[in-house]
Design a protein around this ligand. Structure first.
Ligand code: TRP
Ligand code: SF4
Length: 333
């Protein structure tokens, strides 16, 4: 039997190349070797955005469309929506009973989130009970399928450590070996920075979306930061100080192309505008097929909804097996 993998993403709307290169592309590869459960974490979204739910349905659909277009295959992987698998909520309750308060209080991500929330105005600025329990909910996500591995970015490793701690504590308290201690599976992809050189993010206005058109992509790429010391086309360039454009070349170009760009840049034979036009075309070529697939799903939202609902049903069946066992281990009525 294949080992199980669980991973989730918040429904933040249309995803960008950072999501694609940092997470989704890795999932696409994993789905051949593992029994994968990929979910859209709508409850996690509520922990901080419970008062901004007007776009929830669209946001969930957009994430699903980006996944499907990128090659997450519902024949291979189970794609589901967190809130459509209520077994996770039940498991969250059992786990919350055995998780010491100070284990969640020391969560570094939570401290950061609390700081961000407090810096804002209006409702939704305090740390609610649900947000406090966020790492325990994440534990429930993973243990609902008794997964072996959790592919995450480095920022989430502390949460998977907590998952291991809680799983071990459960096993100890109830004198069982039922839960695995899941391991984080770090991907080795290079992180893509935003067009301005900072972390790529929706709210920073520096991203390229998977779903952007070729025109929009080309335009955005023209704004990518280059070698700031270079004023004229025939100035000698320094690719290693070309803050964004050359980094993108290293991600999207072939070895030969990267070498050519480097050489021409250093000799002053390549203007930055031309360089970025070629880069834009390169990125567009890479995403052409994905965007074509996405357009198909956009035109057929009913197909997307069916995939999500079928996947969630399938996930529930597996989750129910685990919960049945858990109830019996705890000796619930
Ligand atoms: N916390 C993750 C994030 O913010 C999303 C997430 C929720 C997750 N539950 C998970 C990831 C379970 C992996 C496994 O990115
Ligand atoms: Fe960067 Fe290309 Fe300009 Fe060189 S020519 S500085 S690699 S954008």
């Amino acid at each position: 039997m294949k080992q199980k993998i669980v991973s989730g993403m918040r429904p933040t709307g249309k995803l960008h190349l950072g999501h694609y290169l940092g997470v989704i592309d890795n999932w696409v590869k994993l789905q051949n070797d593992y029994d994968c459960y990929f979910f859209i974490a709508d409850w996690h979204a509520l922990t901080t955005k419970y008062d901004k739910t007007e776009n929830m349905i669209d946001d969930v659909r957009n994430v699903a469309m980006d996944w499907l277009a990128s090659g997450i295959d519902p024949q291979k992987s189970t794609i589901y929506v967190q809130s459509l698998v209520p077994e996770t909520a039940e498991l969250h309750i059992y786990l919350s009973m055995i998780t010491p308060q100070n284990w969640v209080e020391r969560d570094p991500t939570l401290k950061d989130m609390a700081k961000i929330l407090k810096s804002k105005e209006g409702i939704g600025t305090q740390v609610n009970y649900g947000l406090m329990g966020y790492p325990v909910l994440m534990t429930a996500d993973i243990l609902t399928f008794n997964a072996e591995f959790v592919p995450v970015g480095i920022d989430q490793v502390a949460h998977v450590e907590l998952t291991r701690d809680i799983a071990r504590r459960f096993n100890h308290i109830y004198k069982t070996e039922f839960f695995n201690e899941p391991q984080p599976k770090l991907n080795n992809c290079s992180l893509i920075c935003g067009l301005d050189g900072n972390k790529m993010g929706k709210s920073f206005n520096n991203d390229i979306k998977i779903s952007d058109t070729e025109e929009v992509t080309a335009k955005k790429v023209m704004t990518a930061i280059t070698d700031r010391s270079r004023l004229r086309k025939d100035d000698l360039g320094h690719p290693d100080e070309c803050e964004v454009a050359f980094k993108y070349w290293k991600i999207f170009g072939t070895e030969d192309e990267i070498a050519t760009v480097r050489e021409e840049c250093e000799k002053g034979l390549r203007g930055c505008a031309q360089c970025k036009r070629e880069l834009g075309a390169k990125i567009n070529a890479r995403f052409a097929e994905i965007r074509e697939k996405r357009a198909y799903y956009e035109a057929h939202p009913e197909i997307v909804d069916k995939i999500i609902r079928d996947g969630s049903e399938k996930a529930r069946i597996e989750a129910q097996k685990v919960l049945k066992e858990v109830r019996s281990i705890i000796k619930m009525y």
